[in-house]
Design a binder for this molecule. Structure first.
Ligand code: DHK
Length: 146
């Protein structure tokens, strides 16, 4: 049976392409979705690609992934730096978790250097632009196929 990977995007990522393109690039979230769908086909995976500006909705989506999704790829965006609720939800999830940041958060303001989600993530990709999502799918495939 084809395995499903939940790809979660946090607040303001719906504005990709328009929002600070010098930091986040000119590609839209739809472009990221398409690139992930193409990579998933190559890897024989399915994706459930979601974005929410709401912390509670992200928590609900993570809770819904248990037993349904083989792994989670998450860009928590600003909630990386503030959300114990998202960390707790991920701690209640059994599969691999890969955290993605489009920008290199360590090269930016000090408040972006710490991510609560990194305490749970099995891997973290930062500063690879939106290609980070595609790299994360490769990593997830390696983890769930071993
Ligand atoms: C996206 C955001 O919206 C910021 O709040 C994070 C992250 C960085 C990113 O690089 O994808 O600090």
């Amino acid at each position: 049976m084809t395995k499903t990977i939940l790809i979660l995007n946090g607040p303001n990522l719906n504005l990709l392409g328009k929002r600070q393109p010098e930091i986040y690039g000119t590609g839209t979230l739809d472009d990221v979705h398409s690139a992930c769908a193409e990579k998933a086909r190559e890897l024989d995976l399915e994706i459930d690609f979601q974005q929410s500006n709401s912390e509670g909705e992200l928590v609900d989506l993570i809770q819904g992934a248990n037993e349904r999704c083989a792994a989670i790829i998450i860009n928590p965006a600003a909630y990386s730096h503030s959300s114990v609720a998202i960390l707790d939800a991920l701690n209640a999830y059994d599969g691999p978790v890969i955290e993605v940041h489009i920008s290199n958060i360590h090269k930016r303001e000090a408040f972006r250097h710490h991510s609560y989600v990194s305490a749970r993530a099995d891997g973290v990709i930062a500063g690879c632009g939106t290609q980070g999502y595609v790299l994360a799918l490769d990593r997830v495939a390696a983890l769930i196929n071993t």
